[in-house]
Design a protein around this ligand. Structure first.
Ligand SMILES: Nc1ncnc2c1ncn2[C@@H]1O[C@H](COP(=O)(O)OP(=O)(O)OP(=O)(O)O)[C@@H](O)[C@H]1O
Length: 680
């Protein structure tokens, strides 16, 4: 909305939108447009004569017994066709003068933006591969935009001039013909125009659904090992099925509007013919000649109907495609954002969002890095929930250990965070991205899950290690980085023994622990900032496990969640989540030893009580209703620093475990007969 000073509220000084730019582009090329129009008149002359000459040839020539006149009129029509063809050739030349500058302008913008983006810190120091890929992808889109734009201009122009030629011809033959032809033609056109907007929206929805499928299947194909390892075939299959269903629905909605469009073509293109035939006696009675009737039919069948069909086809599909492509290009999002910003063809290299930190690991742009909100999950509709009403916040850079008896749901929790399992209710986010639905692919790129079963494939060790890294651009790993990662997680001995990163590995010849080390180094090298280790070190000895975990804890920008099977793992973590159904609690190791009988038992069975908490560690065991009255929690809640008690959790089964910033514990519960640890 323009404001009183003539600017635009909120966008003063901003770049004009793509459509405004399009209009300006055309205005600046008025001369080319006039040239186009002038040559198009030759085409309309041909249309005019196609009916008029036929009518005259019949009425004044063949029906009047004068073949010479008849043939002369037909000859004139043929001459007009030749002239029209010449005009069409000139139209193409004028068209080049219109569309090539458009292409140049779009390419200039894309390249400028990509180069600027590379300099703006969105690519990792010195690596330009992602920029090259993005530019190549976008210049391809520019070609699509140019071709589609050219097609639209050609077809719209052709319709206007053909319609003008035909209508002038009908009027010249007998004005009363327009009475029969014009109403259905106008009605059909109006109906078609009314379908444009809704159909464009459906078309975009369909394209988006289609891209979502491609994206999901791409992610599934590249993550098959993870999916199999985590036993997530069913939910992943269900997710892909949902997307296929969504595309099916989008296709049906599009098809419904397609029916309206067919009706529009019928009304605008076919109905005039029928009406002309039905009204023939009436028209003949009003002085319309046989030749004029045949000429009118020729106008309808040979000129108007094909022009109308081409227009509808071009505007219907090409218009929507152009709108999508132009919006992406105008957004100058090298990922091809816009409708497909949820991954539609977006390469990770220049994707908007998290910035790359120096070592190529993506930094979480948000904290908490992992959020669970009132998450309830069960394996099956009638099964008892494994996780119920769970809230967890793990701050970016945090280190959480998850412990609990066998079968309590630790791997399930890892699967939920990784987005492999779909909660019955609640929401899971990684670095602010929902792990299911629209943000799933982005979230998947932000986390890496290493399960207990380490998969190593036959081939070069380097290929195994780079398996989760992009080939080029940010996150692509040099040989030196491979060696450094191997050193960090404790794979260095094996690496030397095998003969370097390019030595072949035979998975069968490796021990379970060695395979785990390779999987750990692979996760270490991935650009994902959130690392989930689901008993991924269980085959390592305690010292090797400690070395690997410490490596991840020190890895820049990393949020580490370890499903622990040794007390030493829990002791190393900043916080420990003790999964115990409704008695799930979270706290420091020392606090939990004091407060959680289960944790004490686990620690005991693991072989010792471990260390005690340091000074300043304190614990709030919250009994029924304590959340509201606990003085330690009330001010935080009031300040909105952290959500605490959640009375709205489903049923009475909810519990809240909130893991605040490092060095600060925040927790409370919707307690009832349950408890949660909190401390600060
Ligand atoms: N794919 C599945 N289908 C049905 N039930 C499952 C599935 N995976 C796990 N469960 C059940 O869910 C519950 C939690 O299992 P989960 O593997 O998450 O526990 P866990 O704490 O990781 O166990 P462990 O320490 O033994 O690995 C168990 O009762 C388990 O039998």
């Amino acid at each position: 909305m323009p404001d009183k000073k003539g600017g635009r509220i909120g966008v003063r000084g901003a770049r004009p939108g793509p459509y405004a730019e399009g209009i300006r582009f055309l205005r600046e090329r008025r001369r080319v447009l006039w040239r186009l129009a002038a040559w198009s008149v030759l085409e309309s002359g041909q249309t005019f004569l196609s009916g008029y000459a036929l009518a005259r040839a019949l009425d004044d020539g063949f029906l009047a017994g004068d073949r010479g006149i008849g043939l002369a009129w037909l000859g004139l029509a043929v001459l007009a066709v030749a002239l029209g063809a010449y005009g069409t050739g000139r139209v193409y030349r004028a068209m080049a003068a219109l569309v090539e500058p458009l292409r140049d302008a779009l390419v200039r913008r894309v390249v400028t933006h990509a180069v600027g983006g590379a300099g703006g810190g969105r690519t990792e120091g010195g690596r330009g591969g992602g920029g090259t890929t993005a530019v190549s992808r976008l210049t391809h889109q520019v070609e699509i935009a140019r071709d589609t734009f050219a097609g639209l201009v050609m077809v719209s122009r052709s319709f206007v001039f053909v319609a003008a030629g035909a209508l002038v011809g009908l009027f010249s033959l007998a004005p009363v013909l327009l009475l029969v032809v014009l109403p259905p033609l106008v009605l059909g056109l109006a109906l078609f125009l009314a379908t444009l907007r809704p159909m464009a929206r459906r078309q975009e929805a369909f394209l988006e659904a289609d891209e979502n499928i491609a994206e999901t299947l791409g992610a599934v194909a590249s993550g098959l090992r993870d999916i199999t390892a985590a036993g997530a075939e069913e939910p992943v299959g269900a997710d892909a099925g949902d997307r296929i269903d969504a595309e099916y629905r989008a296709a049906r909605a599009l098809a419904r509007w397609g029916v309206v469009r067919v009706v529009a073509i019928g009304v605008g293109g076919r109905l005039p013919v029928v009406l002309l035939l039905v009204a023939a006696p009436w028209l003949l009675g009003r002085g319309v000649t046989t030749g004029a009737l045949v000429g009118a039919l020729a106008y309808l069948q040979q000129s108007l109907l094909p022009a109308l069909q081409s227009l509808m086809q071009a505007l219907g599909t090409g218009g929507s495609r152009l709108a999508v492509v132009v919006r992406r290009l105008a957004g100058t999002a090298p990922d091809g954002g816009g409708a497909a910003s949820d991954g539609g063809g977006a390469g990770p290299a220049l994707a908007p969002g998290p910035a790359a930190v120096p070592d190529g690991t993506v930094a979480c742009p948000t904290t908490p890095a992992v959020e669970l909100r009132a998450v309830t999950f069960a394996y099956g509709d009638r099964a008892a929930p494994v996780v119920e009403g769970l809230d967890i916040d793990v701050p970016a850079g945090g280190h959480l250990a998850v412990v609990g008896p066998s079968g309590i749901g630790k791997s399930t929790l890892a699967g939920l965070i990784a987005g492999l399992l779909e909660p019955r209710s609640g929401e899971v986010r990684v670095c602010g991205e929902p792990v299911r639905g629209s943000g799933a692919v982005r979230a998947a790129a932000l986390r890496v899950l290493i399960p207990q079963e380490a998969y190593v494939f036959s081939g070069a060790l380097a290929d195994n290690l780079r398996y989760l890294c992009p080939q080029a651009g940010p996150g692509a790993r040099t040989d030196a980085e491979l060696t450094a990662a191997a050193e960090a997680v404790g794979l260095d001995v094996l690496l030397s023994r095998l003969g370097g990163p390019y030595a072949d590995v035979d998975p069968g010849a490796l021990s379970a622990g060695e395979r785990q080390l390779i999987a750990l180094a692979r996760a270490y090298l991935s650009p994902a900032p959130v690392v989930l280790l689901d008993e991924a070190t269980c085959h390592l000895d305690p010292a090797a496990e400690a070395r690997a975990e410490r490596a991840f804890a020190r890895r820049p920008g990393t949020t580490l969640i370890v499903i622990a099977h040794r007390v030493s793992s829990a002791r190393r973590a900043e916080r420990v989540l003790v999964m115990d159904g409704r008695q799930t609690v979270c706290g420091r190791h020392a606090e939990l030893l004091e407060r959680s009988p289960l944790y004490r038992d686990l620690a005991g069975s693991w072989g010792g009580p471990g260390s005690s908490g340091g000074p300043g560690d304190s614990v709030h065991l919250l009994g029924a209703g304590a959340g509201a009255s606990d003085p330690a929690l009330a001010p935080r809640d009031a300040d909105g620093v952290h959500p605490v008690a959640r009375p709205g959790l489903p049923g009475d089964g909810g519990h809240v475990v909130a893991y605040g910033p490092v060095g600060q514990m925040q927790a409370a519960g919707d307690l009832g007969d349950r408890g949660a640890f909190g401390g600060q």
